[in-house]
Design a protein. Structure first.
Length: 265
């Protein structure tokens, strides 16, 4: 049994709460939310879960902190958690494209002798890509395609009219670094692939709005001295957030289970 503090109670957070409601391995018993989300979380979660807005207000020291909130949550909550010795697992990986963020996280982990884990989220085969990076990797090309509704609130809205899109249209083409900065809620996968493989500047990214899709499709190819690989996933979106694939929550759940199981993937 491990006690987990969770940052963010949105589409992924509420999904994880349901997943672990009756699981003896993981107790999600503390949640950090933004001030505006306090009432909603209190009404949904009841008395069994401590809900606070600051890390220092958590009533007990968690065994691990998980983040399913936003890029800014890393500076607000994950950096101080790591610095105080709490292992952390994050999903908002695109934040590492911001200047100095990776260094800040690493310094905090070193200062607290804690570990930061980046999980694969909505994508897969990151283990193969990270291994290929050691075996000679020359090119990584990622394409993230989602239905038009998944791009609402993003800069894609000024590229096309999402409501009347008739065919698949590229919203962004460029580096993983620029994708992660411009599309913080849609390009965490691009950043994860980049950090596992060729880096944020050399990883090529295309983001596409496609009215023919009902899933979020993530696809990439990689090649180099190690050989050649390709991976595609059609991920079902979470009902509360069309931008977010359900596998993302499962990836965080798997990372938590792996901390307590004697063996596993
Ligand atoms: N690595 C990957 O493959 C993927 C990563 N993600 C990322 O995971 C994160 C969560 O996704 P999802 O659940 O769908 O998003 P939602 O928008 O549904 O939920 C996020 C919740 O976190 C809250 N929140 C945001 N910032 C903070 C903060 N600083 N402190 C406390 N709470 C905060 C939000 O509150 P409020 O609305 O009040 O700000 C909201 O309730 C996002 O950053 C998303 O981009 C998502 C999919 C894939
Ligand atoms: O959940 C997804 O499909 C991917 C996503 O939003 C991201 O990469 O940020």
């Amino acid at each position: 049994m491990q006690h987990v503090a969770m940052v963010g109670y949105g589409a992924i957070g509420s999904h994880l709460m349901r997943m672990f409601a009756a699981d003896a391995r993981v107790r999600l018993d503390q949640v950090i939310v933004g001030a505006t989300g306090l009432k909603k979380a209190q009404a949904a979660l009841g008395d069994g879960v401590a809900i606070v807005t600051r890390l220092e207000d958590l009533p007990r020291r968690p065994d691990v902190l998980i983040e399913c909130a936003s890029h800014r949550a890393l500076t607000e909550h994950v950096v101080p958690a790591l610095a105080s010795g709490i292992d952390s697992i994050i999903l908002s990986i695109g934040a590492l494209a911001n200047d100095g963020m990776a260094e800040l996280l690493a310094e905090a982990a070193n200062a607290g002798s804690s570990r930061l884990k980046l999980v694969s989220g909505a994508i897969g085969a990151i283990d193969a890509l990270a291994a290929a990076q050691l075996g000679g990797l020359d090119e990584v090309v990622y394409v993230g395609s989602k239905p038009p509704s998944s791009w609402r609130g993003s800069p894609g809205e000024s590229v096309v009219c999402l409501d009347s899109l008739a065919e698949a249209t590229t919203l962004f083409k460029g580096s993983a670094r620029d994708a992660a900065r411009l599309y913080p809620k849609n390009a965490n996968v691009a950043a994860a692939l980049a950090l596992a493989g060729l880096g944020l500047d050399a990883t090529q990214v295309r983001l596409v709005a496609d009215p023919s899709l009902s899933h979020n499709v993530h696809s990439y190819t990689a090649q180099g001295r190690f050989g050649r690989m390709s991976f595609t996933i059609e991920g079902m979106a979470l009902p509360d957030n069309p931008k977010t694939s359900a596998l993302t929550a499962c990836s965080l759940a798997r990372a938590l289970i792996n901390r307590v199981e004697p063996m596993g993937f």
